[in-house]
Design a binder for this molecule. Structure first.
Ligand SMILES: C[S@@+](CC[C@H](N)C(=O)[O-])C[C@H]1O[C@@H](n2cnc3c(N)ncnc32)[C@H](O)[C@@H]1O
Length: 275
């Protein structure tokens, strides 16, 4: 990808007159060149664009053969389907985080990404704090949460409650995360959840083409091992690490137990028994 060294990797395209002011603000904040009213198919100056249009913010590869966009969507699509049809507390992620009737831990997701895992946990009743260091991914997630909150239907109280349980923190590196007393009056969360990128993950056959743009922007999280000591400091009961099924342990530290899925697994580091 870095064959295009003289081209910026990413530009911001604003295709909505109503959002011009927001486009200018975002391009300054994210330090991206701003293009107005441009079709990503025909943009040659950058390989990816952050697209601001009437539907919100999306990440998109440029060029005629580019795969579809990535947009955070909590209202429809696969996330919504999983909320309505998913396996409740029987899901592996729920078991890994120690959810059971009457036990709904407060969870810090230190690698929030596009917020899908956090949404699943929030939909099962957990209070979620989300942190994400990539300013681009943070902007996508923030936009998705705001759009969901704006468009939640009056009769979908459940969705409104789920969104109210999700708090997106400022854009910072979780390895140095400091939580204020207001964000965390108890000083610690019950559970810390980690799902860093894994080198080579974008090459696996089950990664959708659209996600390649996400992987190109975020990189391989080669410093992921450093997240674990910080996670262990901030968690009261356990740290849960999602890994590709055959990946080595994060920070070479063996967990207390594991839950194995088809392509991924959860490594669980227990600190205290959850009541
Ligand atoms: C695989 S994605 C997480 C996907 C997420 N679980 C979901 O369901 O959408 C990994 C994310 O962790 C973020 N990340 C990695 N290291 C981080 C760190 N030290 N601090 C904050 N975010 C980090 C990356 O920027 C990336 O967005």
């Amino acid at each position: 990808m870095n064959s295009h060294i003289d081209k910026p990797l990413l530009s911001l395209v604003c295709n909505s007159i109503d959002k011009t002011a927001l486009g200018i603000e975002l391009s300054q904040k994210l330090q991206l060149p701003l293009l107005e009213d441009a079709n990503p198919k025909f943009i040659e100056s950058s390989e990816f664009v952050l697209l601001l249009d009437g539907k919100g913010l999306a990440l998109q590869q440029t060029g005629r053969k580019a795969p579809g966009e990535i947009r955070v969507d909590f209202i429809s699509g696969s996330v919504d389907h999983r909320r309505k049809q998913g396996g409740g507390k029987g899901q592996m992620i729920a078991k890994a985080c120690g959810l059971k009737a009457g036990a709904l831990p407060k969870i810090l997701d230190m690698t929030a990404g596009l917020g899908k895992d956090a949404f699943v946990l929030a939909s099962l009743g957990c209070e979620m704090l989300l942190n994400e260091r990539s300013p681009i991914v943070h902007a996508l997630l923030s936009d998705g949460l705001a759009r969901a909150a704006d468009s939640v239907r009056w009769d979908d109280v459940e969705l409104a409650e789920i969104l109210a349980r999700m708090t997106l923190l400022g854009n910072s590196d979780s390895r140095q995360l400091c939580l204020t007393r207001e964000q965390l009056p108890e000083g610690k969360v019950d559970v810390v959840y980690l799902d860093p990128m894994f080198p080579g993950r974008d090459k696996s056959a089950d990664v959708k083409k659209e996600m390649r743009a996400f992987h190109a922007i975020v990189g391989a999280d080669l410093d992921a091992a450093d997240l674990l000591p910080q996670a262990l400091r901030l968690a009261e009961y356990r740290v849960v690490v999602k890994r590709p099924r055959k990946a080595p342990f994060l920070n070479e530290l063996a967990p207390n137990f594991q839950l194995l899925g088809k392509s991924s697994r959860y490594d669980i580091y227990t600190l205290k028994k959850m009541s």
